[in-house]
Write a protein of this length. Structure first.
Length: 445
């Protein structure tokens, strides 16, 4: 008997199907959906659709809901701010929530010395503006990103993003002077080596890029995710990011760390780079920043952030006051509930369950985890490591039919990623994983 999941209809139910038919008629096809249900309400880790079906959500709005769906403190802050005023444009009439949030982010950022921050709408805007700051401050033009990296879907961000299909098809030409090096993907090592005997040789490919393709005197910044998200929840060895940091410092190249998916406690620390003892020059944040409200930001060393001149950075809706108020509530909730510590507990449970499945089921090839940022790679054969994208989709579909929503990622579409709300209870997690394991067992048979 399930305690939380309630499946009253087939998926999709009649009301969801009616609305999805309207979507097909009026919403562009490119905006496809993973779950063929229409949400009615949500709380914590639970989602109920318009047909009364209740699901346990392991996707967390693609990593947006660290503090959970409809977090009471966030809802209260949104209501109170909305009743006072909705918008002015900060560059016309500034407001306290923006300033207070900048203070909070600067105090929390893992960067030494004086820091400053700014806020925008989406994660892609944070990356774009971090690059603008880096270019303006360094007076250099080139950028280096990583294979498997994902930084957004605007033109510049697509130029940095590595996955060609579906994101980049027919959309070029892209921004010039963007170079790419392999990431530390140990399960599919680009150098065909084994860790730790490899001595993290893949990090030295950055140095090689400086020698063969673009001199560091032309490189404004290296842009990196401390744990790759869309690329497959790839956790690098502990030596990798410090080596990248050292190479950047030695060559006078700025390091932009994209914490959009990894930040706000997801990896067991407030910021993923803290697990590696690395300080960025500029850091990008978004997703869980505002508990479901659209908001992103950048924070960096003050002398860099102050380099762009008047009006180079900005926008009409950036740092909306309602979203900033929500984010202040998120910071408070993270502290009160100690959610990074909770992420460690959740991560241990999920990793142990998946490691057990790896021993039992033929499709489970690799389990990767840092805190609650856990990815499971599915393969047709554990020896050849041939990706199993169709089987991965079938597992997710089967789980969804039985009340659990999870999503995939990876260059081959064969990784299930856990982005659970960090307020998910132990019994909710166990119930969800029982459903997920049953799906893996059935598809592996």
């Amino acid at each position: 008997m399930k305690k939380y999941i309630r499946m009253k209809t087939e998926i999709p139910g009649p009301r969801s199907k009616e609305l999805l038919d309207l979507k097909k008629q009026y919403v562009m096809d490119s905006m496809s959906v993973h779950a063929p249900v229409i949400i009615d309400r949500a709380n914590g880790a639970l989602i109920t659709d318009v047909d009364g079906n209740t699901f346990i959500d392991l996707s967390g709005g693609v990593g947006v809901l660290a503090v959970g769906h409809s977090n009471p403190a966030v809802v209260k802050a949104v209501k109170e701010q909305a009743e006072r005023f909705l918008h002015t444009d900060f560059s016309v009439i500034p407001y306290e929530p923006f300033i207070r949030l900048a203070q909070q982010l600067c105090e929390a950022a893992p960067i030494s010395g004086n820091k400053k921050a700014a806020f925008f709408n989406a994660g892609a805007e944070a990356v774009e503006n971090a690059v603008k700051v880096a270019k303006f401050a360094s007076k250099k033009k080139a950028l280096i990103a990583f294979e498997g990296g994902f930084h957004g879907r605007t033109l510049l961000c697509l130029s940095l993003t590595s996955k060609a299909k579906p994101y980049k098809v027919h959309l070029g030409p892209f921004a010039p002077d963007v170079y790419r090096v392999p990431f530390a993907y140990c399960y599919r090592c680009p150098l065909k080596m084994q860790y730790p005997q490899c001595d993290v040789a893949c990090a030295d490919l950055l140095e090689r890029t400086f020698k063969l393709f673009v001199p560091p005197d032309d490189v404004a910044a290296v842009v990196i995710e401390p744990v790759q998200g869309e690329g497959g929840f790839v956790v690098p060895p502990k030596e990798y990011l410090p080596r990248i940091r050292e190479i950047c410092t030695r060559n006078n190249v700025l390091l932009i760390v994209d914490e959009i998916q990894t930040g706000f406690g997801r990896t067991g620390k407030m910021w993923a780079v803290e697990n590696f003892g690395v300080e960025p020059d500029i850091m990008c944040v978004a997703k869980s920043l505002a508990g479901g409200m659209p908001l992103s930001g950048i924070v960096g060393r003050a002398e860099l952030m102050d380099a762009p001149t008047d009006s180079v950075i900005g926008g009409t809706y950036v740092g909306n006051p309602v979203a900033c108020a929500a984010a202040l509530a998120v910071f408070q909730t993270m502290k009160e509930l100690n959610l990074p510590a909770r992420a460690v507990e959740i991560g241990k449970y999920m990793k142990n369950r998946f490691e057990s499945m790896k021993e039992k089921y033929r499709l489970v090839g690799d389990v990767r985890a840092l805190g609650a940022m856990v990815g499971v790679e599915f393969v047709k054969d554990k020896q050849t490591r041939e990706p199993a994208p169709d089987e991965t989709s079938a597992i997710l579909k089967k789980a969804m039919q039985n009340g659990v929503i999870a999503i995939k990622c990876g260059l081959y579409g064969n990784v299930i990623r856990m982005l659970v709300p960090l307020v998910t209870t132990d019994d909710q997690l166990e119930e969800a994983f029982d459903v997920l394991e049953n799906a893996i067992s059935e598809i592996s048979a």
